[in-house]
Design a protein around this ligand. Structure first.
Ligand code: BES
Ligand code: MN
Ligand code: ZN
Length: 516
């Protein structure tokens, strides 16, 4: 077992995210003619329609916004923005006018798009503190709480800067964001603000860890970060199972993967106690492969660097627990992160090798690159010891999921319709999309082996499904859902970087469960 004293310099990187150090979020209820602001954000629609806040500012500024619209400087299309650097009033220094499209037609996704554009304007400006007067935007099925939360979450997300291993000369000026509200919607705004802050911090932690390279973010490093997180919250504790502990538990499948690496594997076990001892926990599991080279079934070289992101499920467990603890959710939550590398080595798994899982099932490893299911199956067996209410795992499990769904929704699989529907509802609210896929018996044929109880691959057809079906053979004792986040956890290409998904989705699911 680890203790905090054993991990030198562990927290230097952890505390460097922008949302962690610099941003101060608050609620502002003074009226627009009295409040002091470095920059006010107000909304307009197409066809010269101003929001109530925009109308008020227009009145205080001799029709400035109306004039700019008449001149054609801004039309009000969704996510259009106009920064005005000087105003004829003393209490507000600057204004950002944000377009929300045709009045009455705004969707939640479009609202987020407009906030992302606004966040970008703020990031690129010299504005030090901003006040968002945007709770008056007309959006069906969205109250002040949802709006406040999304403003914080989306702007916070946009301000993220990776600085751990790179010099950064243009630091963001923005240090404070307040949400303008009225006495009537103050309570909702306050609740949304707190949710937004917690989720923004959770996502920042997830992105920070995910963006780190594999030579820094090893299984040991992830375990240290979990211990640091647990040290910050009274109700959160952390135990690290070492390879010897896992051997004693019979985790032959998990340990076969880490045998090919010089970095010792860790099974990170976090427990958050926010409810009575007899309330069954929600167990969340995240794949924590800190680098996946494929093993002896080596991956091609192009784009292999992105396999540092194969620990995004595990980083999401930490981000979700961070959000849950900041919100003091009245739930018991367990977070489990199996963490290892997958590398080729003289002692690595070979195609044809047969290992025995903790559940007693033997597995023929026909492709050593299908390692995620090998570390997850033993962790899912171990999860049963917590007598879980539900178990939800998140894994960058298959390239096939990207072929099937692209990079828009995460794939959802599960053995319980209620759990799957709850997750789909949470995904709608959080705008962190999911699409359900089948795990029918017919697919299990593809996992038959002549030499073991299961093969670890199911051939080229339906690859994300056969991976989920493999996992389902280890989750029969409880209600379970699996999220394949291979296409959603990070962006590829010029804008490469972690997205922080599905932290918002799972945080929403937990908020829903805590308030049910
Ligand atoms: N971590 C990968 C899945 C992955 C690949 C995620 C590309 C995102 C982008 C996983 O361990 C893997 O290698 N899966 C194999 C499975 C195959 C061997 C059955 C894959 O998807 O190719
Ligand atoms: Mn792999
Ligand atoms: Zn992998």
């Amino acid at each position: 077992m680890y203790n905090l004293g054993d991990c030198p310099a562990r927290d230097a990187l952890y505390f460097t995210t922008h949302t962690d150090t610099a941003m101060d979020y608050s609620i502002e209820s003074l009226s627009l003619d009295k409040l002091q602001s470095d920059c006010l954000l107000v909304g307009i629609y197409e066809n010269q329609q101003l929001s109530p806040a925009a109308t008020a500012i227009d009145g205080l500024c001799d029709g400035l916004i109306s004039k700019l619209i008449a001149r054609g400087d801004i039309k009000g299309k969704t996510a259009e923005t106009l920064l005005i650097n000087n105003l004829p009033i003393d209490n507000i220094q600057r204004l950002i006018v944000v377009g929300f499209g045709e009045h009455g037609k705004l969707t939640r996704k479009q609202f987020r798009k407009a906030m992302a554009a606004t966040g970008k304007v703020l990031k690129d400006s010299k504005v030090k503190s901003a006040t968002a007067a945007l709770l008056d935007i007309d959006l069906a099925h969205a109250d002040a709480q949802w709006l406040a939360r999304q403003i914080v979450e989306v702007v916070g997300d946009g301000l993220y800067q990776y600085t751990s291993t790179k010099q950064c000369d243009d630091t963001v000026a923005l240090q404070a964001l307040s949400i303008h509200c009225t006495e009537a919607n103050k309570a909702l705004a306050e609740a949304g603000l707190q949710q937004g802050i917690a989720i923004a911090h959770g996502m920042a932690l997830t992105k920070q860890l995910a963006d780190l390279p594999g030579n820094i973010c090893t299984p040991t490093y992830l375990a240290e970060q979990a211990l640091v997180l647990a040290g910050q919250h009274e109700n959160l504790s952390c135990d690290i199972l070492e390879e010897s502990d896992m051997a004693a538990l019979g985790m032959g499948s998990f340990l076969s993967v880490s045998r090919g690496s010089r970095q010792p594997a860790k099974l990170i076990c976090l427990e958050y106690k926010g409810s009575d001892a007899d309330s069954k926990p929600i167990v969340i599991v995240g794949k924590g492969l800190t680098f996946d080279a494929g093993g002896i079934s080596l991956k091609p070289g192009a784009g292999m660097d992105e396999m540092k992101y194969d620990m995004c499920g595990g980083a999401s467990v930490l981000g979700i627990l961070r959000a849950a603890t900041m919100l003091n959710l009245k739930l018991n939550i367990v977070g489990l992160i199996p963490s290892s590398e997958n590398l080729p080595d003289g002692d690595a798994n070979k195609p044809g090798d047969i290992v025995t899982s903790m559940a007693g099932k033997t597995i023929e490893i026909l492709n050593t690159d299908a390692e995620g299911r090998l570390i997850l199956c033993d962790t899912l067996t171990y999860a049963a010891k917590y007598n879980p209410d539900v178990v939800i795992d998140m894994a960058t499990l298959t390239g096939a999921c990207i072929v099937a769904l692209g990079r828009v929704p995460s794939g959802l699989f599960g053995n319980d319709d209620k759990l799957c529907n709850d997750l789909l509802n949470a995904s709608e609210t959080a705008c962190d999309l999911l699409w359900r896929m089948p795990i029918w018996d017919e697919y299990a044929e593809q996992l038959k082996s002549n030499f073991a109880d299961l093969a670890n691959i199911g051939g080229p057809d339906g690859g994300s499904i056969t991976a989920a079906v493999f996992l389902s053979k280890f989750t029969e004792k409880y209600r379970w859902a699996h999220l394949d986040i291979a296409g959603t956890a990070w962006r590829t290409g010029a804008n490469k970087g972690a997205t922080g998904r599905p932290v918002a989705l799972l945080s929403q699911y937990l908020i829903d469960r805590a308030t049910a």
